[in-house]
Design a protein around this ligand. Structure first.
Ligand code: DGJ
Length: 377
């Protein structure tokens, strides 16, 4: 009898030890249900009816993978650790068609939100037309009846054509100088240290504002906002979407002029809006920036680098892409970042870390080799 009890007890012990701990290991290979590294870079996550849906850029091997050769990949999960491959949610269009999202275009940072009024899933992404480098600076929009797609391409646009922002300055309404070029190189160092003096906003007033790195944010009142790097990347715009989420509403404002904020992601805690973003250094990592505001339209105040410890000045060798509020847990927010590998794009890794909050409620990030959602309990 004693022997039987002992065997029973020891087998229980083995079972509980072997029970896999559901952990997140930033920077490791993250496999899906087929054992394949998740392919959803520059992504964002939607929570809908009990499941998380992760959408991101499907990359292929080598440098060519930095262009859109496949489309936007979708995965689903109930626990943020086990991910099921849901396939390509938005496919690029056949080469040679001249379509806006023709294979070989640049399609980055896709984000999906759900519109309860229209019952549609709406995707926005940064679109660069094929063979035009990063000059087009457009936003693409696609819709689907299902979270997993297929998404149908609706249109691409330059946001807010013919609209002045809420905080437009007199200088923007002056005639634009002849020396102001149609396109600059799109990064720091190409523009004067005070790019506002060029009046890029005025330059693009008629055809619409440039939009590169981008994100979406849905507020508690159901209003959705498009946040995008504009004016040759020098200035961030926050723009309310129309009620159907398929276009801009014309209600927008510009912030952080001359700060070259890329990779913006907004979240809200205790009625405060927080923004995490990066500097503008191509695929190379840089120091993240945190800012806060009492309302989505500001005033926004920068709070410095939210990262602490080793490699804090490089955002732990990553760049922000999204901040995910964890469902059912209070004050639980996850920083989602990409560790880009531009020489072999498909190998890019995901850096997810829990936001911590200091005694003043200011968010910060510390590196963790491994952590689980229990962290938030
Ligand atoms: C940094 C951006 O954040 C990425 O999405 C991508 O556009 C690269 N620049 C391209 O260099």
């Amino acid at each position: 009898m004693k022997l039987i009890l002992y065997l029973l007890w020891s087998s229980l012990l083995v079972c509980s030890c072997q029970k896999e701990r559901k952990t997140i290991k930033p920077g490791n290979i993250w496999t899906d249900n087929n054992g394949i590294h998740i392919n959803a870079h520059g992504g964002g996550i939607l929570f809908y009816e009990g499941k998380y849906y992760w959408y991101g850029e499907h990359k292929i091997e080598g440098k060519a993978g930095n262009k859109a050769m496949v489309g936007v990949h979708c995965y689903s999960s109930k626990n943020l650790v086990d991910w099921k491959d849901e396939g390509v949610a938005l496919e690029v269009i056949k080469e040679g068609t001249g379509h806006d999202i023709e294979k070989g275009c640049i399609l980055e940072r896709p984000k999906v939100i759900y519109n309860p009024k229209t019952q549609k899933f709406v995707m926005w992404f940064h679109l660069e037309l094929k063979e035009q480098g990063y000059r087009a600076a457009r936003s693409g929009i696609a819709v689907s009846d299902k979270a997993t797609g297929p998404f149908a391409f609706v249109k691409s646009l330059r946001p807010n054509a013919g609209q002045w922002p809420r905080n437009v300055k007199d200088i923007h309404k002056q005639p634009v100088g002849d020396d102001v070029q149609e396109h600059y190189c799109g990064g720091k160092g190409c523009l004067p240290s005070h790019p506002d003096t060029l009046n890029l906003l005025g330059r693009d007033f008629d055809k619409g504002q440039m939009a590169r790195d981008q994100n979406l944010f849905v507020d508690d009142d159901g209003k959705a906002y498009h946040i995008y790097s504009s004016e040759e990347n020098s200035t961030l715009h926050i723009s309310q979407l129309a009620d159907d989420f398929l276009s801009e509403s014309g209600n927008y404002a510009r912030f952080f002029a001359g700060r070259y904020m890329e990779a913006p992601a907004i979240f809200k805690k205790d009625e405060k809006y927080f923004l995490i973003a990066s500097d503008c250094t191509g695929w190379a990592p840089n120091e993240a920036r945190l800012a806060w505001a009492p309302s989505i339209f500001g005033p926004w105040e920068e709070l410095g680098n939210p990262c602490r410890g080793e490699e804090a000045e490089l955002t732990f060798r990553s760049q922000s892409t999204f901040v995910l509020p964890v469902q059912g847990k209070k004050n639980a927010f996850i920083f989602l970042g990409d560790r880009w590998t531009s020489e072999n794009a498909i190998d890019g890794r995901y850096i997810w870390l829990p936001f911590q909050f200091d005694e003043n409620g200011i968010p910060y990030l510390e590196w963790m080799d491994e952590w689980s959602l229990d962290y938030f309990d």
